[in-house]
Design a protein around this ligand. Structure first.
Ligand SMILES: Cc1cc2nc3c(=O)[nH]c(=O)nc-3n(C[C@H](O)[C@H](O)[C@H](O)COP(=O)(O)OP(=O)(O)OC[C@H]3O[C@@H](n4cnc5c(N)ncnc54)[C@H](O)[C@@H]3O)c2cc1C
Length: 426
């Protein structure tokens, strides 16, 4: 288990149980934490571990052994694979996730199966190459959806394995483990309940109170009109199929708008990181966007900020500073403001490569849902990815502009600014 951190609604787990039934063998679920903490901060790992405590409890209820280990994920899996009939893994689209799985597949002495757990429609089936925009993917993905929006039956383990002996050192599933990791501890944990139950509660609240108006409210940062599910989806604490199915069943214009985000936009991000090897670099952007931004790099700017000034939210723009304060304090930025936040880096940095790197760095450092395919596609979008060229302007070149004046035409950000100027609360 790596990407799909859940004991329920997990196709990799159900596949492993079915395979075990056919071979009359027990199943053990192993999670390996990389002690270098290269994939996140204290904030992100604390949420991950709190979620794993629920995984351990859920698996115990189902009579399935869970083991948490500290070390290189492929080495740990390969060590345990020596005595195994098969290894089953969930699916991750980022470079390191793919490298871990490829190494296990290359060196394991037994069969290795990878099961799609994070996309509703597996990425290669949805589209055979990098999609230029959402429209291209939408056309292909929508007809495939009914095939995948199905409930996942849960099975009992063929052999109860809760007490199965396994070789090698294990860790307690508690926050204690964080003390043994080399983490960036400057970003504190959040007070947000983790795990599948919490995610399902949030989904239920969304279905009851917000879905109907989602298409109207989602772009207004002064309203709490979105689902808030992205951290749970990012850590695989809830199945995207389960979310999509419940929303599709509800129907209506809110549901259609939500499925556009959850399936088309989210899976466009998977498509991007899967097919574009430079997904985390300026060089991964469309050529026209790189060229136009380079051409306008020397345009006179009203302000230039250092990374430190940006990180501390010390710009002349109170709205941007408020968004940065929300990111640092609450680990998120409202979806619409996140676009505004990402685009302003271009105005205040004379090198567009720095702008791209800094936006990605701050997003991935502070956002609870950071280091996700949607982080790369989201920041990339601010710099022209999956978008079309617009009429050329100073500073922006041909990249779609987004200004505070435009935003104020849609909502009144004063309440938001006042809240975050005073430190804010969740
Ligand atoms: C600069 C920038 C950075 C971003 N960084 C991240 C990130 O680190 N992690 C992340 O998950 N998303 C990121 N996004 C996409 C989007 O902002 C968030 O997914 C969304 O705001 C999460 O809030 P929510 O769960 O309430 O979304 P909802 O509006 O309720 O949407 C439901 C789900 O659909 C998916 N989704 C929504 N919008 C997008 C989108 N534009 N692209 C891809 N998937 C989407 C998410 O999984 C989300 O949870 C970024 C966008 C931008 C512009």
């Amino acid at each position: 288990m790596e990407a799909a951190q859940r004991a329920f609604g997990n196709p990799a787990l159900e596949f492993a149980l079915a395979l075990a039934r056919a071979r009359k063998r027990p199943v053990a679920v192993v999670f390996a934490l990389d002690p270098s903490g290269s994939t996140g901060t204290l904030r992100q790992h604390a949420f991950l571990l709190a979620g794993l405590a629920h995984v351990a409890r859920g698996l115990a209820e189902r009579g399935v052994r869970f083991s948490l280990r500290l070390g290189s994920p492929p080495e740990i899996v390969l060590g345990l694979a020596q005595g195994a009939a098969a290894v089953v893994t969930d699916r991750g689209y980022l470079r390191h996730q793919r490298a871990w799985r490829a190494e296990v597949a290359r060196r394991a002495p037994c069969a290795v199966f990878q099961v799609e757990t994070e996309a509703v429609v597996p990425v290669e089936l949805a589209y055979p190459k990098e999609a230029v925009n959402a429209a291209a993917l939408r056309r292909r993905i929508q007809p495939l959806l009914p095939r995948f929006l199905r409930p996942l039956p849960e099975q009992d383990p063929p052999v109860p394995s809760a007490n199965l002996p396994l070789p090698g050192p294990e860790e307690p599933v508690s926050l204690e483990v964080l003390g043994k990791m080399e983490l960036d501890r400057s970003v504190p944990p959040l007070d947000l309940p983790a795990g599948t139950e919490a995610a399902r509660r949030r989904l239920a609240q969304f279905l009851e109170g917000k879905l109907e108006r989602y298409h109207l409210d989602r772009n207004d940062p002064t309203r709490d009109g979105t689902s808030g599910l992205s951290p749970y989806l990012h850590f695989g604490q809830i199945s995207p199929v389960e979310v999509a199915r419940r929303v599709a069943e509800a129907g209506g214009p809110g549901a259609a708008a939500f499925l556009e985000e959850l399936v088309v936009r989210r899976e466009l991000a998977f498509n991007f990181v899967f097919y574009n090897p430079q997904y985390d670099a300026f060089a991964g952007l469309p050529r026209w966007a790189q060229e136009t931004l380079r051409r306008h790099a020397q345009d006179p700017r009203s302000a230039l900020y250092t990374l430190e000034e940006l990180e501390e939210g010390r710009t002349h723009d109170p709205l941007w500073n408020a968004a940065q304060a929300e990111l640092r304090t609450a680990g998120k930025i409202h979806g619409y403001l996140r676009m505004y936040w990402g685009k302003q880096f271009l105005l205040w940095t004379s090198d567009p490569e720095d702008a791209f790197r800094w936006a990605l760095y701050l997003n991935n450092k502070y956002a609870l849902d950071g280091n996700d395919p949607a982080s790369y596609a989201g920041v990339g979008w601010c710099f022209g990815l999956h978008d079309r060229p617009f009429p050329e302007r100073p500073l922006w070149g041909k990249v779609r502009p987004m200004t505070g004046a435009g935003l104020r035409g849609k909502c009144d950000p004063r309440v938001y600014i006042a809240r975050w100027a005073q430190g804010g609360s969740r």
